[in-house]
Design a protein around this ligand. Structure first.
Ligand code: GAR
Length: 197
């Protein structure tokens, strides 16, 4: 059974869907939820679901990312994960960390990559006049929001959409896509998953 660590910074709705998916004949089980934000609402949800949590604020590291990542690695080692799923984890990771986890770390990003890397993806899709938008799960490499695509879900953009209504439509699909990709990935299958509503 593969052991999965999930990294969050906020509410953790994707994390909850991932944890809930890892039951029965699933090839993985959650071993820890980690956050750089001790106040992340998702930490409470994880503990309610019986999963240990670790929180390590990044601020005391004052921008020294390698030292922050060394401390993450120490905290993670107690839980011996095989796979890391970034799920709304809002800290950039250095090549030192991403290389150590190459081929074993996934991220979900709220756009149809390679479009709209970085922040504010929903308003950027609206401003561009896109008629379709969505989310992507990919393997994490040293480049932000890059790396082999493991799955995408496409949603329509509607004329009356605001960034919030579009974000909500995408998030609903994130909740389907990420568990579907993780199930495949944990079984050793990197064939991309494509969903369309
Ligand atoms: C999700 O929409 C996720 O795709 C996005 O943050 C949200 C987290 O929501 N991730 C990024 O923007 C990564 N740069 P959640 O905490 O409810 O899962």
């Amino acid at each position: 059974t593969r052991r999965v660590a999930v990294f969050i910074s906020g509410g953790g709705s994707n994390m909850v869907k991932l944890l809930e998916s890892m039951t029965g004949d699933h090839p993985a089980r959650p071993c820890v939820v980690f956050s750089n934000n001790p106040d992340a609402g998702g930490l409470v949800r994880a503990r309610e679901l019986g999963v240990p949590t670790e929180a390590l604020p990044h601020q005391p590291f004052a921008g020294d990312r390698p030292s922050f990542e060394a401390a993450i690695s120490t905290a993670l080692a107690r839980h011996a994960p095989d796979i890391i799923c970034l799920a709304g984890f809002m800290r950039k990771l250095t090549a030192g960390f991403t290389d150590a986890w190459a081929g074993k770390m996934l991220n979900i990003h709220p756009s149809l990559l390679p479009k709209y890397k970085g922040l504010h993806t929903h308003s950027r899709a609206l401003e561009a006049g896109d008629t379709e938008h969505g989310c992507t799960v990919h393997e994490v490499t040293a480049r932000l929001d890059d790396g082999p695509v493991l799955g995408q879900a496409v949603v329509p953009v509607l004329p009356e959409d605001t960034p919030d209504t579009l974000a909500a439509r995408v998030l609903t699909q994130e909740h389907r896509l990420y568990p579907a990709v993780l199930r495949r990935f944990a079984a050793g299958d990197r064939t991309p998953v494509y969903l369309r509503t």
